[in-house]
Design a protein around this ligand. Structure first.
Ligand SMILES: Nc1ncnc2c1ncn2[C@@H]1O[C@H](COP(=O)(O)OP(=O)(O)O)[C@@H](O)[C@H]1O
Ligand SMILES: O=P(O)(O)OC[C@H]1O[C@](O)(COP(=O)(O)O)[C@@H](O)[C@@H]1O
Ligand SMILES: [Mg+2]
Length: 326
């Protein structure tokens, strides 16, 4: 085990439920190993503005159950530039910080990768995103909670869709990723699921709706990821209304409620394990990797691989959707 004295932790990009549990685990594991643990406010922005403070065990009391992030988060344009990253380095160096834990999504890991290539501060990434669009881990912190929030909402929509024989087009988050749509759609028995990674044309959807009408299947739920090329729920609804004006079509955009709320048990446990493993990795001299959990075991993936190789979506999922909704 290498001697490390000072580490820092930050949360970056879109917040995800369970980020607080991860921060808590990093702080408490660091203190257990007699490290000084610094918190950085507002992600990379705090590194640039020197918004960095020493954390104690009690700084992370009463947060394991809270959504959002007590360290706040931000998207920081200056960090895309070398000069910005240099300023960040100087602020870490003056405190002798020897390791940085970045809790965030693919963008945050891109930033961490560049930073660790240019400067002698090892970085460890913890995948915190409701999008689950990162390779090297079965689940990301926040995904399970977000899926459950979406499922609860879609179940409610199904009640009213059923009462009125309506078609509901429900938009879930996911600018470039469809896991949230896929999982919430399957769990709620959606007739169709549209995601950016899989081609489903508007004509395919209209054919399915017409077939459902012929066999008197009047309740239809379509879950669409915001990043689908049809233009999200509103874009799709416009086309469906033109082609099937007889259907009573409604749109519901779930939006940011999917990012908030108390983390699920699964996310709390995932975050706690990952936070512990991040400190362990820095002490063991394992650098510039993302911590994942694969088949229930801690796995290390170089940061560049985690962002380049996205998780694959098995086309069989779409067969399952079709068969189960028929
Ligand atoms: N290619 C990059 N180079 C340097 N910094 C980056 C890069 N991509 C993202 N970042 C930093 O990470 C932050 C968060 O990234 P973003 O994509 O918004 O969120 P997420 O990490 O949730 O995917 C950005 O605001 C920026 O500061
Ligand atoms: O809250 P914002 O800035 O509108 O960002 C919305 C995006 O953030 C997410 O919720 C999470 O994505 P990231 O974790 O990559 O930031 C996406 O699903 C969504 O498209
Ligand atoms: Mg992202």
């Amino acid at each position: 085990m290498k001697k490390v004295n000072n580490i820092a932790v930050l949360t970056s990009g879109g917040d995800a439920p369970g980020m607080n549990a991860a921060v808590r685990a990093v702080v408490r594991t660091g203190i257990y190993h007699d490290l000084n643990v610094y918190g950085v406010m507002y992600g990379y922005r705090g590194l640039l503005t020197d918004d960095i403070f020493p954390m104690e065990s009690k700084s992370v009391a009463n947060i394991i159950q809270r959504g959002g992030t007590v360290l706040k988060t931000a998207r920081c344009l200056e960090f895309y530039e070398f000069e910005g990253r240099q300023k960040a380095y100087e602020n870490l160096k003056k405190r002798n910080i020897e390791g940085l834990v970045v809790i965030g999504g693919d963008g945050s890991f891109n930033g961490a990768m560049k930073f660790s290539q240019e400067f002698d501060i090892p970085c460890i990434g913890l995948p915190g995103t409701i999008d689950k669009d990162i390779a090297g881990t079965d689940f990301t912190i926040g995904f399970d909670t977000a899926v459950n929030t979406a499922v609860e909402a879609i179940d409610k929509i199904r009640d009213t869709a059923d009462a009125h024989d309506r078609l509901f087009i429900i938009e879930v988050m996911g600018r470039d990723a469809g896991y949230l749509a896929l999982h919430s759609g399957i769990a709620t028995g959606a007739e169709n699921i549209l995601i950016p990674e899989h081609t489903t044309t508007v004509d395919d959807i209209i054919n399915d709706l017409q077939a459902n009408e012929r066999r008197k299947k009047m309740v239809n739920l379509i879950v669409v990821a915001e990043g689908h090329e049809a233009g999200g729920a509103n874009g799709l609804a416009k086309r469906v209304k033109e082609k099937c004006p007889q259907l009573d079509t409604k749109v519901c955009i779930l939006g940011h409620i999917q990012r908030g709320g108390s983390p699920s048990t699964m996310d709390r446990i995932l975050a706690s394990r990952m936070g512990y493993a991040a400190v362990d990795a820095l002490l063991e001299g394992i650098h510039n990797v993302m911590i994942g959990i694969v088949n229930d075991k801690v796995a290390y993936t170089p940061l560049d691989k985690a962002v380049k190789a996205k998780q694959e979506i098995d086309p069989e999922w779409f067969k399952i959707v079709k068969i189960l909704a028929s």
